[in-house]
Design a protein around this ligand. Structure first.
Ligand SMILES: NC(=O)c1ccc[n+]([C@@H]2O[C@H](COP(=O)([O-])OP(=O)(O)OC[C@H]3O[C@@H](n4cnc5c(N)ncnc54)[C@H](O)[C@@H]3O)[C@@H](O)[C@H]2O)c1
Ligand SMILES: [Zn+2]
Length: 350
């Protein structure tokens, strides 16, 4: 594994990063974007970093439904009313929703204004803040409008996770498990060695950032290796959508964790992954996440959803699967019939 973290992403405590932020903020007007829940993190930052203490705050409504063009416009109005110029600085403080939205808003305001990301969720720290993707949802489709743009600095301070609800922590942790499974068996072993509250969280964040940074640095535009990060997501997204449809929504990471188990079952069925590895993955994941059980009659919905994915070609469904723990394989194309048969088998075994 490459040993570097992208230069703009740092895992630190406030004592180390306050001076960096002060230096970047010098002689600039600062604007903070957050939501109601990350406001407490903003208060903590403001009480420790002088340059942030008086900064105007734009508070976005809670939840994914606010990652929109309408909210972006409201933020641009707020910036214009406060005379923000291109040499000023935006500080995004929040989960992936805020860093995606705030990054997008900043990347096009007056053709691009500098911004910092201070992610406050585990998912934000180990996933959304890495790789330069910013964006908003459009016409109910996720991340349809966006830019590739890097913040000047992204700071991951584990202290900020103290207020994060446990279920949100677990949701983000599914991405850490994925990083281990596709790229680094030792890291997977670390992640599954103890209950999450006994794990060294700074080390987990640092290692996950290293893995994702490395993968996106060799393939920034998702032509090849970046697809490794789709493990668990082909089925995971379809489960997320099914449960939303049934009005029993689940968090992204819970759906991805279940997607990883089901995709690993398929990988073992097609003899890509050993049965023993599948069993280890299944039991480790089900120790942390409740299995999502669905009815056989829901499988057509899952298949329809998977077929819509833009990565597919010629009616086959494109998967990232595992060859073993620590090694993913991209572009495994399977026919709809095979996927249906394997899912039916998975749910009949239970
Ligand atoms: N850009 C990328 O590459 C990328 C990658 C993965 C996900 N994403 C995006 O990230 C978003 C999901 O991120 P998320 O799971 O962080 O969602 P989120 O930002 O909605 O945060 C989840 C919940 O946790 C709350 N929260 C965040 N930090 C908190 C804290 N410290 N204390 C208390 N509550 C806190 C939020 O208010 C929210 O209610 C999605 O919009 C997704 O599209 C982007
Ligand atoms: Zn994900």
């Amino acid at each position: 594994m490459a040993n570097q973290i992208l230069p703009y992403i740092r895992v630190e405590g406030i004592a180390e990063y306050s001076s960096k932020i002060s230096a970047l903020a010098k002689n600039k007007k600062i604007f903070i974007i957050c939501d109601q829940n990350s406001l407490q993190c903003v208060k903590y930052l403001q009480s420790n970093i002088n340059e942030l203490s008086e900064a105007p705050i734009f508070k976005v409504g809670l939840g994914e439904e606010n990652k929109t063009l309408i909210v972006s416009q409201k933020i641009w109005d707020f910036l214009l009313q406060n005379n923000a110029t291109r040499s000023d600085l935006i500080v995004n403080v929040g989960g992936g929703m805020i860093t995606d939205l705030g990054g997008f808003v900043a990347s096009v305001y007056k053709r691009g204004i500098s911004y910092l990301n201070i992610p406050t969720s585990l998912l934000g720290m180990i996933d959304a803040s890495i790789g330069g993707k910013t964006g908003i949802n459009y016409h109910h489709y996720k991340n349809q409008i966006g830019t590739f743009s890097d913040p000047k600095l992204a700071i991951c301070d584990p202290h900020l996770l103290n207020s994060l609800p446990k279920k949100e922590l677990l949701s983000g942790f599914a991405e850490a498990l994925k990083h281990g499974l596709v790229f680094n068996a030792k890291y997977w072993q670390l992640c599954t060695s103890k209950p999450i509250n006994q794990l060294p969280i700074s080390e987990i964040i640092t290692d996950s950032i290293k893995i994702k940074s490395h993968i996106v640095s060799i393939d920034p535009y998702e032509k090849k290796e970046r697809k490794l990060l789709n493990l668990g997501h082909t089925i995971g997204h379809s489960l997320e959508s099914l449960l939303l449809e049934k009005k029993t929504p689940t968090l992204h990471g819970f759906a991805v964790a279940n997607g990883i188990v089901m995709e690993s079952f398929i990988a073992s069925e097609i003899k890509l992954l050993s049965r023993a590895c599948f069993k280890i993955i299944k039991s480790s994941i089900y120790k942390i996440y409740q299995p999502i059980s669905i009815d056989k009659s829901d499988i057509p919905f899952l298949l329809e959803f998977m077929k819509k994915d833009k990565k597919n070609s010629f009616k086959e469904i494109n998967f990232t699967l595992l060859e073993r723990i620590g090694k993913g394989k991209i572009d495994v194309n399977l026919s709809e019939g095979i996927v249906q048969e394997k899912l039916e088998k998975f749910f009949s075994i239970g």
